[in-house]
Design a protein around this ligand. Structure first.
Ligand code: SF4
Length: 292
């Protein structure tokens, strides 16, 4: 849940999730619709599907235990190097570091060299006796994450509070290396078309669209803006911006009233739906509902 999402947002979801699925076994038997409903609003829904799939595999093939070898952990759905190493440290207390942007920044500051010029894995390996000497590997992995978030922050690190500043070349140097700029989010333009059944107060949604980041979820008809195609027979509603995954979306919203259900679509209430609907679609429904 914490991937790309802040702790304060996750807390209530996490507690509610554990209330419904207190054990690995209970989650493994859950229905995907229920899992997605409980995840509704958190975004990045692939995480929920992967988590559900992972619990099924762990129960069936691993006696409800997380494997303790990185190759086996990485075979689980959606688990790459970072998560696999974090799990090895947190669950099995193994001496390893989950390398993300925070960890790269901390180490590159300590040696005062750009992330692109250092071989971080080599540095960790060379210093492993020192790094893992306390044998509190789980605490160490978590401490590094906290250290990157609270002390050695991306902008304006709190060096005067830092208890390793006497060993930090960045702190001591007059020539501090320049940090590389992170990739800017991708900007995309989309047109969204909402067919509204006015008498029944419903909107047509479909899973047939090309949006990879909301693959297999219900959306109104959506397509990338193509200035060559004139839009006929639709009323312009509004233009709005939305950020999703690493994309900034500029959206033109159109609507029309019609009782004919578009192909490969289903009617959904403009008020409440028991079926899971992603937040992206809910925002659109909210805007469109103001029409009535
Ligand atoms: S002294 Fe400053 S730059 Fe160096 S590790 Fe500590 S917080 Fe980061």
């Amino acid at each position: 849940m914490l991937q790309q999402t802040q702790v304060k947002t996750v807390l209530s979801y996490f507690e509610n999730f554990l209330f419904h699925f207190p054990t690995l076994e209970s989650l493994s038997q859950a229905n995907e619709k229920k899992v997605l409903k409980l995840w509704e609003g958190l975004g990045y829904y692939r995480r929920a599907r992967n988590l559900l799939e992972t619990t099924k595999i762990l129960v069936k093939k691993h006696n409800s235990k997380l494997p303790n070898k990185i190759v086996d952990i990485k075979k689980l759905p959606g688990i790459g190097d970072y998560t696999a190493n974090a799990l090895l440290a947190f669950i099995h207390d193994q001496p390893t570091i989950a390398i993300d942007g925070n960890v790269k920044r901390i180490f590159s500051r300590i040696v005062n060299k750009s992330e692109t010029t250092i071989d971080l894995l080599r540095i960790i390996e060379k210093n492993s006796k020192f790094l893992f000497k306390t044998k509190r590997n789980s605490d160490f992995a978590e401490a590094l994450m906290e250290f990157g978030a609270l002390v050695c922050k991306p902008k304006e690190p709190e060096c005067f509070k830092c208890n390793i500043r006497s060993s930090c070349k960045y702190f001591k140097s007059d020539k501090k290396f320049k940090q590389i700029k992170r990739l800017q989010p991708l900007e995309k333009n989309y047109d969204i078309f909402c067919s509204i059944n006015k008498t029944k107060n419903k909107i047509a949604l479909t899973k047939k669209h090309n949006l990879g980041f909301l693959h297999n979820f219900y959306l109104p008809h959506i397509r990338e803006t193509n200035t060559k195609n004139k839009i006929k027979n639709w009323n312009f509603h509004s233009n709005f911006k939305n950020s999703i995954s690493n994309k900034k979306l500029n959206i033109n919203l159109y609507y029309k009233y019609s009782s004919i259900l578009p192909m490969q679509s289903q009617w959904f209430s403009l008020k409440t739906n028991s079926e899971f609907i992603p937040t992206f679609t809910k925002k659109i429904i909210k805007q469109i509902s103001r029409l009535n």
